[in-house]
Write a protein that binds this ligand. Structure first.
Ligand SMILES: Cc1cc2nc3c(=O)[nH]c(=O)nc-3n(C[C@H](O)[C@H](O)[C@H](O)COP(=O)(O)OP(=O)(O)OC[C@H]3O[C@@H](n4cnc5c(N)ncnc54)[C@H](O)[C@@H]3O)c2cc1C
Length: 438
């Protein structure tokens, strides 16, 4: 396959449909496209291409199809389950040059973007219109990659996940044909829900070349808070009570004690090092006051140790930056080790038990790591730092992941709330084929 993919014919044909500098076999570039942000084994593509237009993507796909060469679409490579690692080599299609914001339809609360636009690039532009895009994974990922993994983040508890934001996709299918999966209307009863099918397809159904996405008005008032608890289960149970009470919480994130230590070390903060909920409320002044008072009462009933509100912009930004940087805090805190992240999501009533089970399993297996989560959605992660040269430690970490996944599946949850199937969960599925639906 390697020799075939690298064939002079294919390279020449690619250079005809793209330009000379949009096609490369350069070793360093191939290495950058042979790994993701996690611990998975590296495998290099034979060729990397950088298209600039939908038509160029279509021509590349047609050529790959004709030569029977595998292809991997590539956004930023921030995925965590081995998605972008080309284990069958072939062509990697890097979308970084397709990074234009094509249209802001402020009155329709819609934007049209190319797939290589990153979420922070989009939000910078939207701010000029008093708008924002809600989905915020920890990495500054591309919108194409985020749609392909059905990404979510800290605000999904209020605004929904990537699938809820996509109105239309322009997609290049495997034969090079170009289709649209939706339209600009807020709702439609016309036929199948193709947006739903293509979002989360992880590059298996086609390449997204344009995305039309929902955006929102920046809320009038925003308030953030940190509430710490004596134990993880108190924090998790407080989340269930907050949601049951109907408080329209915009963000609620759980960070366990070891992770709070990492937060303080990395972000130079001095937050209480106890299991903590990071919270955010959006609304008008009067509504916000009520929500905050009600939340204070609820967390007090769950033995909250203390709750601190961040009212000014700078303190609030510091809080969320610290949360978003947590994975990087672990990476920096354990030089030489690699990150492995679990990603199950359960019905909210099962969350407290699941987190307790995970913490016990981490300790029993003697692994290093912490628990964090978008707990308002029932989604949590164990962040593990593992030594890639220690096969025995990798085995224990994989054993932990499998235990956590099976625990979630037995309670009708899913192996992945937001990161996607990739190669890791596919392997668990193979092993447990017929027992569970992932
Ligand atoms: C520190 C850190 C924190 C993270 N936190 C979160 C989080 O909170 N929530 C979350 O959901 N994820 C999180 N992630 C994972 C990651 O950021 C997401 O999976 C993200 O959606 C991947 O985007 P990307 O641009 O990096 O895509 P890539 O990693 O490049 O690709 C991901 C998948 O999308 C496909 N793809 C890419 N572009 C296209 C395209 N144009 N058309 C079709 N398919 C395409 C790829 O083939 C691959 O299957 C985190 C990762 C890191 C490193």
């Amino acid at each position: 396959m390697e020799a075939e993919a690298a064939s002079v014919n294919l390279i020449n044909a690619l250079k005809e449909v793209l330009s000379e500098n949009q096609v490369t076999e350069n070793q360093t570039v191939r290495e950058l496209h042979g790994r993701d942000e996690s611990y998975h084994a590296v495998s290099l593509p034979d060729i990397v291409v950088f298209p600039e237009t939908t038509q160029q993507v279509s021509e590349v796909v047609k050529l790959a199809n004709m030569h029977k060469i595998p292809m991997v679409p590539f956004g930023l490579g921030s995925s965590l389950e081995g998605h972008v690692i080309p284990y069958h080599h072939g062509i990697t299609i890097d979308f970084s040059l397709m990074n234009k914001i094509l249209e802001v339809r402020e009155n329709d609360f819609l934007v049209k973007v190319q797939p290589g636009v990153t979420r922070s690039q989009l939000n910078k532009e939207l701010k000029k219109y008093g708008l924002f895009f809600s989905v915020d994974p920890g990495a500054d990922a591309t919108l194409g990659g985020m749609a392909a993994t059905n990404a979510s983040g800290t605000t999904s508890v209020k605004y929904g996940v990537m699938r809820d934001q996509v109105r239309d996709l322009e997609v290049v299918l495997a034969d090079g044909s170009i289709i649209h999966t939706g339209n600009l209307a807020a709702k439609s009863s016309s036929g199948y829900h193709l947006n739903g099918l293509f979002v989360g397809s992880e590059g298996t159904l086609g390449c997204f070349t344009e995305l039309t996405l929902r955006v929102y008005g920046i809320p009038e008032h925003v308030m953030a808070a940190r509430a710490s608890f004596p134990a993880l289960n108190h924090a998790a149970e407080a989340v269930v009570s907050i949601l049951q009470s109907g408080v329209p919480i915009a963000r609620v994130e759980l960070v366990d004690e070891p992770s709070m230590k990492q937060v303080n070390l990395y972000s130079d903060t001095s937050y209480n090092e106890a299991p903590t909920l990071f919270l955010e409320f959006h609304g008008n002044d009067a509504g916000l006051k009520q929500d905050v008072e009600f939340t204070k009462e609820i967390v007090a009933e769950h033995n909250c140790l203390d709750i601190e509100f961040e009212t000014d912009n700078a303190a609030r930004n510091r809080l969320w930056e610290a949360r978003h940087n947590l994975a990087y805090a672990y990476i920096q805190g354990y030089p030489g080790k690699k990150l492995m992240v679990t990603d199950v999501c359960l019905p909210i009533s099962e969350l407290s038990g699941a987190i307790h089970h995970a913490r016990e399993a981490v300790d029993f297996l003697g692994l290093t790591g912490g628990i964090v989560g978008h707990v308002g959605d029932g989604n949590y992660h164990v962040l593990l730092m593992i030594d890639n040269n220690n096969q025995e430690e990798i085995k224990r970490a994989e054993q932990l992941n499998e235990q956590i996944v099976l625990y979630a599946l037995e309670r009708k949850g899913t192996c992945t709330g937001e990161h996607g199937v990739g190669s890791v969960n596919k392997n668990i599925r193979k092993k447990n084929m017929g027992t569970h639906c992932l």
